[in-house]
Design a protein around this ligand. Structure first.
Ligand SMILES: [Fe+2]
Length: 183
């Protein structure tokens, strides 16, 4: 029997529980094996349901149980997915292709509406089966594909913030957007 999306969802939920004891590093370590196994499935597109994407044009649900969402999406090369926050943890991994992924932390005090300063925390080139994990307070990320036909999968638990911030690094500003999909 091949590893199912349902099994994967259960394994990610179990991995996420490790945050309470071992922090984000424990969560990350526990994600390795489930991500490797689900990426090995070549038929995920056949089991996907179209979804209204927030940042991208092509996006599908692989799983949703009222709490956890697993979303497959085509990652654009340009324009890049602008740095944005989530309010919850999210993991992004590469199903096919390559992604340049950067995590940011906000370093201003938030006192000026519309203005924000971000500091780059981590930037990585992710290949198939490699993943990034963003979680508050470092829950801002931006990314883009490094080659054609790049697909990513995100897993998140709970709802995104109803109003999310999209940052413009060079202008030192942000705008508030209401996502179409809170899941
Ligand atoms: Fe995101």
């Amino acid at each position: 029997m091949s590893y199912t999306v349902h099994q994967f969802a259960g394994d990610v939920a179990a991995a996420a529980k490790k945050i309470e004891i071992g922090g984000i590093q424990a969560f990350r370590a526990a994600l390795n094996d489930p991500v490797r196994q689900i990426v090995a499935r070549a038929d995920l597109f056949e089991n996907a349901m179209p979804r209204a994407g927030n940042n991208v044009a092509e996006s599908w649900f692989l799983y949703f149980d009222g709490d956890m969402s697993i979303v497959l999406f085509k990652v654009p090369q340009a324009p890049a997915v602008q740095p944005h926050d989530h309010g919850i943890w999210e993991t992004l991994f590469v199903y096919r292709g390559k992604i340049r992924h950067t995590v940011y932390q906000r370093v201003d005090d938030g006192s000026q509406p519309g203005r924000a300063q971000l500091m780059e925390v981590d930037s990585a080139l992710l290949g198939q089966g490699e993943f990034a994990l963003v979680a508050p307070p470092k829950d801002i990320h931006g990314f883009h594909a490094m080659e054609d036909n790049t697909y990513g999968i995100t897993v998140s638990m709970g709802a995104y913030k109803p109003e999310r911030l999209y940052f413009d690094l060079s202008a030192g500003s942000y705008e508030v957007r209401r996502p179409r999909a809170l899941r």
